[in-house]
Write a protein that binds this ligand. Sequence first.
Ligand SMILES: O=C(O)CCC(=O)C(=O)O
Length: 271
Amino acid sequence: MIQTLSVNASPAEVVDVLHRDGCVVVKSLAESKVCDLLEKELAPYLAAKRDEPPNNAPYGDEDFLPAKTRRIVGVIAKSRAYRTLVTHPVIMAVCDAMLLPNSASYQLCTTAALVPDPGSKAQALHREDQLWNLPSPHPVLEVATMWAISGFTIENGATHLVPGSNLWWDDRAARADEIIPAVMERGSLLLWTDHVLHGAGANRSNAPRFGAGAAYILGWLRQEENQYLAVPPELARTLPENLQKLVGYQLNGGLGFAGELGQDPIEMLRP
Ligand SMILES: O=C(O)CCC(=O)C(=O)O
């Protein structure tokens, strides 16, 4: 099963479950008005996606990018509500505990709205750490998150996860009975670590499933989404400092200087 914690759970409890199972749900963490605003802000982008392949006919048949699943990236630039969600104090505390032991800082890896429409197939199970292809076991490289902006149900394609697969060798395949849907109410948060097998479920309902994802990685890894182009300095200057840092405008030890040798890039954002 996927453990579900109450809104009052401490970050330490979340971290304990993540170390044990590799995944956990925290109930009702986002205010309804933040979910409403996110839907409103992303509505035009999602509407435009309906007209693009592979969402329009003829449908593709990709295992990793199933047809009829709309994806919006570069979400920091597109939604103020999303900026609130990605800096939620519970996520920051979990990332502090799970990522800072192996890096001086952490940063965003990807930002996405993930909307499987009715009729979308299940995504192939995969692991986030496949991006870097490091031999396992390795330290936790990434904490991934998914906010339920709609409810997540068995019917509408709740994310499938394999609890405990964070501790498996790469070649152990999941049995069908080990794959569990992360059923959660609107406003809840799913978190998982990089070695956990997971993927979007099939949407057999008659309404879209709406998830807002963000992944956080060690400060010395290459980001999957190029955040400096997704959030260029003109936009970054308008953001709070904690978000500027998460985007990547910070030093990680000796890495990432700009302007002068060793200079913290965040100084380039100051007037
Ligand atoms: O949408 C989901 O439930 C999971 C998506 C995912 O894991 C991915 O696209 O990498």
